[in-house]
Design a protein around this ligand. Structure first.
Ligand code: SAH
Length: 456
């Protein structure tokens, strides 16, 4: 990247060709070799921009006009696409998004991984990429004396509360409205980030797609909701399939949405849902994949790549609440799941019980600490599945896996660049990436998820 010898004028228009796209959906181009990011611009387009920000290594351009549009450009279906911080690539047709995600994986594996011969399959998309999320968390605030429950504007804490959101189930849009009306009618105080005063902070709605069960969580800066019975009546009258209404207590001055304590206001403290044939109980604090339809496809592919015959010991590392472990358990002799969050491990154990699965074991701890210890004790895996967070796998872990020499490694990744880095390391130590399957878990966003088969 060129350093800032460039001095852009804020009043001038600049014409620029867009050659790339970031996973946040910003078009990337250059002015005299200097990198410029432009919201809502697509590769292949020529656009006119005004420079609104400049740092040493890059500038940010605001789109003034698309001079030559890309063939992939479509009109975003959401009226607040330009201001909402949610979806990033609604201005791109769906097939082009899938192609873009495949290409992102391919380019990362080539550039960062230095691997030219890995087969990257076409991204598996959704037949209907709408209303796919099973969880929504709406921030609540008082703006111009009005209660607002909605989504943050991009790069801001102002809330957009005017419209439906087509990637959420219909119920969450309606429930949001009922809670807004309830707050107005009963003068429920609204939390203020600056002063730390006021009661209602967030509303979370979760839906079991296969069970149709709904959960409503009101996150409050306190321990009581005035007139709660009235709200419970309104909500359950509209949706008899609400199985759980919970008050989540969060009295800390923090950006973290949920507090540790739950008070059940109605029904039980969890809802259930299935991924494949496996049942999961989901409580307000449990992690659960947000796109259950695509998750089933992703895990199915991981199981296929694992090629289990029934006599293998399998490690499921970064196992969360044990979802992949349960998928693998049926075809393996034993599955050992490792996860750093102790509560998730408790959920994983409970989920195994719920499904009458007896050949799984779950260990709380960092994979890079637990696995070297198991290895030193003589416990080995024939097949290893890893599903790390965005930062990828720790090198100590990769090193132990290389020494352990499983037959194959199945890598599930949500970040192509750390994936490429780890594939490079494994390649240098005798594990060959054979095939990559991208799966679109988050339509209309730039996020890419994929599963990879590595063979010894
Ligand atoms: N496989 C699960 C969860 C994947 S998300 C699923 O599909 O549902 C990644 C998980 O890695 C998170 O649950 C996170 O808590 C966990 N994690 C993060 N760092 C870790 C580490 N060093 N060792 C083990 N688990 C870790």
């Amino acid at each position: 990247m060129k350093q800032a010898s460039q001095n852009f004028s804020k009043d001038k228009n600049y014409k620029i060709e867009i050659t790339g796209l970031t996973h946040e959906g910003q078009g990337v181009g250059k002015i005299d070799g200097f990198v410029v990011f432009v919201d809502s611009a697509l590769p292949g387009e020529t656009v006119t921009v005004k420079i609104v920000k400049q740092t040493k290594s890059y500038a940010v351009g605001k789109l003034v006009k698309v001079e030559k549009p890309s063939e992939s450009r479509v009109k975003p279906f959401c009226p607040v696409f330009d201001s909402c911080g949610g979806c990033a690539v609604q201005h791109m047709d769906y097939q082009s998004q899938l192609d873009f995600k495949k290409d992102t994986v391919l380019q990362n594996i080539r550039r960062i991984g230095g691997l030219d011969n890995v087969r990257v399959l076409d991204t598996i998309g959704m037949s209907s990429p709408f209303r796919y999320r099973n969880k929504v968390q709406y921030p609540v605030s008082l703006q111009d004396n009005q209660v607002r429950i909605g989504f943050y504007e991009s790069r801001s804490h102002k809330i957009i509360d005017s419209t439906e959101c087509d990637i959420q189930p219909d119920e969450s849009n309606v429930i949001r409205g009922l809670i807004r009306d309830f707050c107005k009618l009963n003068r429920i105080s609204i939390y203020d980030e600056k002063t730390g005063k006021g009661l209602l902070r967030h509303v979370m709605v979760r839906k079991g797609f296969k069970t149709n069960e709904l959960m409503v969580v009101l996150v409050v800066n306190g321990v009581k909701l005035p007139h709660a019975d009235e709200l419970i009546g309104k909500l359950t009258e509209q949706y008899p399939n609400i199985k759980s209404i919970v008050l989540n207590v969060n009295t800390k001055n923090t950006n973290i949405i949920l507090g540790d304590k739950n008070i059940c206001l109605f029904g039980q403290e969890f809802i259930s849902d299935y991924i494949g044939k496996y049942k999961f109980n989901i409580s307000p604090l449990s992690f659960f994949q947000v796109n259950p339809v695509q998750t089933e496809i992703l895990y199915g592919k991981a199981l296929e790549y694992a090629q289990l015959a029934g006599n293998e010991t399998v490690f499921d590392l970064y196992c969360g609440i044990g979802t992949i472990s349960l998928f693998l358990s049926e075809k393996a002799k034993k599955v050992i799941g490792v996860e750093v969050v102790p509560d998730a491990i408790e959920d994983a154990k409970r989920n195994a019980q719920l499904n009458n699965i007896t050949n799984t074991q779950f260990i709380a701890g960092e994979a890079e600490v637990v696995i070297p210890k198991l290895y030193a004790e003589g416990i080995r895996a024939d097949v290893v599945v890893v599903d790390p967070p965005r930062k990828g796998c720790d090198e100590v872990l990769l090193n132990t896996l290389v020494e352990m020499q499983p037959q194959r490694i199945v890598y599930v990744s949500c970040n192509p660049s750390t994936l490429a880095r780890d594939l490079k390391y494994l390649h240098q130590h005798g594990f060959e990436a054979q095939e990559v399957q991208p799966v679109d878990m988050f339509p209309w966003t730039g996020h890419v998820e994929c599963v990879i088969l590595l063979q010894k």
